[in-house]
Design a protein around this ligand. Structure first.
Ligand SMILES: Nc1ncnc2c1ncn2[C@@H]1O[C@H](COP(=O)(O)OP(=O)(O)O)[C@@H](O)[C@H]1O
Ligand SMILES: [Mg+2]
Length: 285
């Protein structure tokens, strides 16, 4: 399904945060959006998810005009394009499993949307999502007690529970250490490759975008100033996106954390079987 932004614009007072952005994003693409702080990256993602309303322009998904959706149609859209945030946005006092199940809320009528009313299938789906992300052993812990990297994996599991058509991630690794940054980006890539879910992710570091994204969109002052493959992202293009830094020198691509080559320690954690957990989840249903 084709996803198209046409002259998409958002103003805050006299400040144009996103300025006539036009993009065609084919289904299944992994897209990285880069640019300086204030370039408009977050506003762009938030408009796509309709957390922020456009001032002008259109957002089309197939036949659907996203920018004019209201009520339940709008909620359906927000279910179809799951958001992942830098600060995870979990409910810290609720256990991990419940946080993941919350991803199902938009699939149900309001009357059923009470905790404890999740079906056996939904609970199994939640456990499977946690297993896939290698954190099923944390299922019964309060989400707030997990490390940042684990919390972001919970957020990804919650997004998967929405059965999304698209995942929008706003600097998903900006608060993480190198090992966890790599685990989270690998998880997003795996979802993109295996399920073919379109992923649009804002990234604060250039080499992460190069390593993980087939297409990179560079923004500056609300506009798209680059749109191409990592190979096409030359030093001149980088300069156009970021400008010279405050010292007047070039951009240091190695400042990013995920450039560090890490052995896959997380694979060991993934191997833990959890039949007990599965039984528990089903028994409680
Ligand atoms: N809710 C808001 N109210 C007013 N100005 C905003 C708001 N959100 C973003 N902006 C402004 O819009 C511009 C783009 O911000 P943002 O989309 O957050 O950029 P980025 O994510 O690339 O750092 C900035 O100038 C920012 O100050
Ligand atoms: Mg931002």
């Amino acid at each position: 399904m084709q996803f198209q932004l046409t002259h998409l614009t958002r103003q805050f007072g006299s400040n144009t945060a996103v300025d006539k952005v036009t993009l065609d994003i084919p289904s299944g693409q992994m897209v990285g959006v880069i640019g300086r702080s204030g370039a408009g990256k977050s506003t762009l993602l938030r408009m796509i998810n309709r957390l922020v309303d456009p001032t002008a322009g259109s957002i089309r998904f197939g036949d659907l005009e996203v920018s004019s959706l209201r009520g339940s149609a709008l909620r359906n859209w927000q279910r179809d394009c799951a958001m992942i945030f830098q600060q995870f946005n979990l409910v810290p006092r609720l256990d991990v499993l419940t946080n993941v199940l919350l991803g199902r809320l938009n699939h149900r009528s309001t009357g059923l949307s009470l905790l404890g009313l999740f079906t056996r299938e939904e609970r199994l789906m939640a456990i499977a999502a946690l297993e896939r992300l290698g954190i099923e052993q944390t299922a019964l812990q309060p989400a707030g007690t997990l490390s940042g990297g684990q919390q972001q994996r919970v957020a990804i599991a919650r997004a998967l529970m929405q059965s999304p058509k698209m995942i929008l991630a706003d600097e998903p690794i900006a608060s993480l250490d190198p090992l966890n940054a790599k685990i989270v980006m690998d998880a997003l890539r795996d979802i993109n490759e295996r399920e073919g879910i379109t992923i649009i992710t804002n990234l604060h570091t250039l080499d992460t975008a190069r390593n993980y994204c087939e297409r990179i969109i560079g923004m500056a002052r609300g506009r798209v100033v680059f749109d191409g493959s990592p190979n096409e992202l030359t030093a001149e293009a980088v300069h156009e996106i970021y400008g010279a830094d405050q010292h007047g020198s070039g951009i240091d691509e190695t400042m990013t954390s995920t450039s560090i080559n890490i052995s896959r320690q997380d694979n060991e954690a993934r191997a833990i079987p959890s039949p007990g957990l599965r039984t528990l989840a089903v028994a409680e249903a």
